[in-house]
Design a protein around this ligand. Structure first.
Ligand SMILES: Nc1ncnc2c1ncn2[C@@H]1O[C@H](COP(=O)(O)OP(=O)(O)OP(=O)(O)O)[C@@H](O)[C@H]1O
Ligand SMILES: [Mg+2]
Length: 409
């Protein structure tokens, strides 16, 4: 198993989520999936494993990453780019059905390119404005439904595209996002062959916050919402031992457990990060005890220079929340970072009331509850009630330490 900390993993390197992949595959038999979660949690790796699994069942699967798209036609172009080679590989009968369908549609799709033999086969789109692009997109889908196959379309980073649209069009952006999501929910589902095309949509900035803030939660409710849980401690320990074996590093079970405890929320990425630092330290300080190296490796995770991943947790607040909400959320997080076991709910609420001098206590409480729900859902916080009172604490211990450090003079 390779120590990869950053890019999506596959095959032997994809560890511990086989059951998750099977579950996602089962859901796709009758539902579309919305897979949301913080950065680096393993969404792309899991989605690609799902693509592999459905392909093994004879499905066609394509992946489009729409992070760089700033408008709807960008989305269509991506779809087109990925579809073309797959369409080219379809059997002749399927291609003929598509050509017939193309002739019946007329107009909105400019042409489908067909060459004899091994040549290209693709859909060339006419120019689509914001109004008509949904029709073009539906036409493309109608076209691929002609090929008598099951399809999985994996759309990665959709929330980023939607935020791009809003940022670039302050007048009509929200309306366009609503139209886009409505297209997903209504038009796509209403198509006669819609059961043949399944969608797996994923992303890391809060699509759920976006739709709630703008009163369009209904648009994504038709999708089956899924997340990726952290590993059980046992699985996390096993993964570290597996990595240690591959790199011939003598890491005892106790040592592995120490790392898992220090991370607290054992998502595979943070295990990979810790192991990466341990491996580097080991190569330069081979005579130092493993226990000391583990401590140093965890420290390195929160030091400047290797902390880019944590900056994202901070940035995400201002991307998806209004300025004042983002500042409130920061204040709540700052307070809860002071202690690994977090802060009592009452103290956090008090802070909130203090920050909103012109609001009634009820209003301040509502704001607290709203932000608390976001912080829980986006995996900043967990709840601990073991001491009798309710405490909110950072889930990811290295993130807490980083947060505390950046909030300290
Ligand atoms: N199943 C897994 N087994 C081992 N490592 C994993 C697994 N899933 C994720 N990782 C680790 O997490 C890193 C990020 O994975 P991936 O790119 O799939 O996450 P992501 O949620 O798509 O991230 P981003 O939000 O940045 O796109 C990998 O480089 C790897 O270190
Ligand atoms: Mg990804």
């Amino acid at each position: 198993m390779k120590n990869i900390a950053g890019s999506p993993v596959e095959g032997e390197d994809f560890y511990g989520r086989e059951a998750v992949v099977s579950r996602l595959q089962e859901i796709l038999a009758h539902d579309d999936i919305l897979l949301l979660g913080p950065r680096r949690i393993g969404k792309t790796s899991a989605a690609r494993a799902v693509m592999k699994a459905v392909r093994a069942e004879g499905w066609r699967a394509i992946e489009i990453n729409v992070a760089s798209c700033t408008n709807e036609s960008g989305f269509l172009e991506k779809l087109d780019d990925e579809l073309s080679p797959v369409l080219a590989s379809l059997p002749a009968k399927a291609k003929e059905a598509m050509i017939d369908a193309f002739n019946a549609i007329g107009g909105r799709i400019k042409s489908i390119k067909i060459q004899a033999g091994a040549g290209s086969f693709g859909v060339e789109l006419g120019t689509a404005d914001a109004e008509s692009w949904t029709k073009v997109a539906s036409d493309v889908l109608r076209l691929i439904e002609q090929a008598d196959e099951h399809w999985l379309i994996y759309v990665d980073e959709l929330p980023i595209m939607l935020f791009n649209i809003i940022r670039n069009d302050s007048q009509g952006g929200i309306q366009r996002v609503r139209r886009f999501l409505d297209w997903f929910r209504n038009d796509v589902r209403a198509m006669p062959g819609s059961r043949k095309v399944r969608w797996l949509v994923s992303g890391s900035v809060g699509l759920d916050t976006l739709v709630q803030e703008h009163g369009m939660a209904d648009t994504i409710n038709s999708m089956n919402h899924q997340g990726l849980k952290a590993f059980d401690d046992e699985v996390a320990v096993d993964m570290l031992e597996e990595l240690a074996k591959s790199y011939e590093i003598a890491l005892s079970e106790e040592g592995a457990r120490k790392i898992v405890d220090a991370i607290r929320w054992p998502q595979p990425y943070y295990l990979q990060m810790a192991f990466h630092h341990l491996r580097e330290l080991k190569s330069t300080q081979s005579s130092v005890s493993m226990e000391s190296l583990i401590g140093q490796a965890i420290d390195r995770m929160v030091q400047p220079g290797s902390d880019n991943d944590f900056h994202y947790w901070e940035q995400r607040l201002s991307i998806q929340l209004s300025r004042s909400d983002a500042e409130h959320a920061m204040a709540l997080l700052n307070l809860s970072a002071r202690n690994p076991s977090g802060t009592r709910a009452e103290s956090l609420l008090e802070t909130m009331i203090g920050r909103m001098p012109n609001a009634s206590p009820e209003e301040a409480k509502r704001t607290f509850v709203r932000l608390r729900d976001i912080l829980l859902r986006d995996a900043y916080w967990g709840i601990d009630e073991s001491t009798g009172s309710r405490r909110y604490h950072f889930l990811l211990e290295p993130l807490r330490r980083w947060w505390l450090r950046r909030d300290t003079l």
